[in-house]
Design a protein around this ligand. Sequence first.
Ligand SMILES: [Zn+2]
Length: 81
Amino acid sequence: MAKQKKFCPRCGKSADSGDSYCIKCGHSFTGRRKSSSSKTIIIALIVILVLWIGIRLYLKQPIIPEGLIETIKNIFAKKAG
Ligand SMILES: [Zn+2]
């Protein structure tokens, strides 16, 4: 009895019907991995933020550069005005 085959919609690689994702490109056949990918982005942002704060503290510099504060102030000043 031959195994049933399906094809990856993204790259066209054949896959067993029992596979939940493509072995070539990693494309999910179940479509349930979208929420986990957004979680990954949030975790990545938190990691970047923590690293950023750590580096700034290590360099004994303000966490937010003064130039950035001025830019944000200007944006809010324009919105308010
Ligand atoms: Zn694929």
